[in-house]
Design a protein around this ligand. Structure first.
Ligand SMILES: Cc1ncc(COP(=O)(O)O)c(C=O)c1O
Length: 400
């Protein structure tokens, strides 16, 4: 294995002259510096209007988001977690229904199902992409023939759509509602159709680390079904159309006007930012390859890339690799002030609070293996090529 990066000597000299001394996992201050004036003006406009709840800023953002995603309805709400909960409810999921989902996701993917009183049915992931494996869903349907099966909740993990061809086919064949957890996938697409416009309903998160993010919590539900959209609008506002008259027990899950105004500013840049993420992912691929870290003998390769589906437009919300000796590598990088993250160290079926569902270690081996191997490297549109080279040369040093 080569121990140094294949960088021409002159470029290497320039690079080492200003080699970064640290590389953050995410640095939002660079983005803020670029859009600060626009953002502060947008906040000021909301303050001047004094419309902090459900004001014009929310309506404007909802229509911009709907247009961008190519979907009929986009409804702002208080968080990505609430967006999944609302999407499931609007999609017709109710108490004691069963919902297929992935164990390799953030907690909210499953907790929202339980919050409704429904039951998550975890099935394993495709080891290539780490997205839910449709074959596992179909096998489970054929095995159990449960009449309680109601929906499939795939996650577009790290910004790459799950296999929406197969999930769509299974959904149709077995009459299951398809609800997208698109929390990590604003702008990603499957066969040219944007996430959020593929399933019956979909949920986005605008948590600050997301590729489209606000300055606090925020979320969005999308659907092409007018009845479902109306239901979400009702539920996010205490089930009330007319003040103090409640048709249904909903919740306070409104998107703040200030957050909507910030999101409208950022929407103008999201395509460019997603493109930059993609470029940085391509650069990591090349750097890892030229450092000799990607062996064709995958069983012994120190680093392995995740699969990229040709039908998917991947927006690299995260750039994740699979590595040997993951925790030692992470510690080594931390000592060199290089930030990394593990999404996710414990698959959902093994979370303590879900023990009552009855899963045990070994039930979903691909997810369990991934939890021990995945490592997310620094990824954001403003990440520099010098920083990327620093990250990869530190990884190469670890395995040398
Ligand atoms: C896949 C996934 N689902 C749901 C959520 C929940 O979103 P939020 O933190 O906005 O509630 C997140 C984000 O943390 C996520 O990554």
């Amino acid at each position: 294995m080569k121990k140094t990066l294949a960088v021409p000597p002159k470029a290497a000299a320039t690079r080492s002259a200003r080699k970064p001394t640290s590389v953050p996992m995410l640095d939002l201050s660079r983005q803020y510096a670029a859009i600060r004036t626009e953002v502060t003006e947008a906040i000021e406009r909301v303050c001047a209007s004094q419309q902090y709840i459900m004001g014009k800023a929310v309506v404007d953002f909802e229509s911009e988001a709907a247009q961008f995603l190519g979907v009929k309805h986009a409804i702002g709400c208080a968080s990505g977690t609430d967006a999944i909960w609302l999407s499931l409810l609007a999609g017709g999921v109710g108490p004691s229904d069963e919902v297929f989902t992935t164990p390799f996701s953030f907690f909210a993917t499953a907790s929202t199902i339980i919050r409704i009183g429904a039951k998550p049915i975890f099935v394993d992931v495709d080891p290539n992409t780490l997205n839910i494996d449709p074959a596992c869903i179909e096998a489970r349907i054929k095995r159990t023939r449960s009449s309680k099966l109601k929906a499939i909740l795939p996650v577009h993990l790290y910004g790459q759509c799950a296999d929406m061809d197969e999930l769509g086919r299974i959904g149709q064949e077995y009459k299951l509602t398809l609800v997208e957890d698109a929390a990590q996938a604003f702008g990603s697409a499957w066969r040219g159709k944007r996430a959020g416009n593929i399933g019956t309903t979909a949920a986005f998160s605008f948590y600050p680390t997301k590729n489209l993010s606000c300055y606090g919590d925020g979320g969005l539900v999308t659907t092409n079904d007018s009845g479902m959209a109306e239901h979400v609008r009702l539920l996010r506002n205490h089930g009330s159309r007319k003040r103090y008259y409640h048709e249904e027990i909903g919740w306070n899950s409104r998107l703040d006007s200030i957050q909507a105004a910030i999101l409208s500013v950022k929407m103008k840049y999201i395509e460019d930012w997603n493109e930059k993420r993609k470029q940085r992912a391509d650069a990591y691929d090349l750097l890892l390859k030229s450092a000799g870290l990607l062996s064709s003998d995958t069983a012994h390769s120190p680093v392995r890339l995740l699969g990229r589906m040709p039908q998917a437009f991947h927006i690299f919300h995260q750039y994740v690799i699979r590595v040997q000796k993951r925790d030692e590598l992470r510690e080594f990088l931390a000592k060199q002030n290089i930030g990394t993250e593990v999404y996710y160290p414990v698959p959902l079926h093994l979370q303590q609070c879900f023990a009552f569902l009855g899963y045990a270690e070994g039930d979903l081996p691909e997810s369990e293996r991934a939890a021990k191997e995945v490592l997310a490297l620094p990824m954001f549109p403003e990440l520099t090529s010098e920083e990327q080279a620093t990250v990869v040369s530190a990884i190469a040093q670890f395995y040398s």
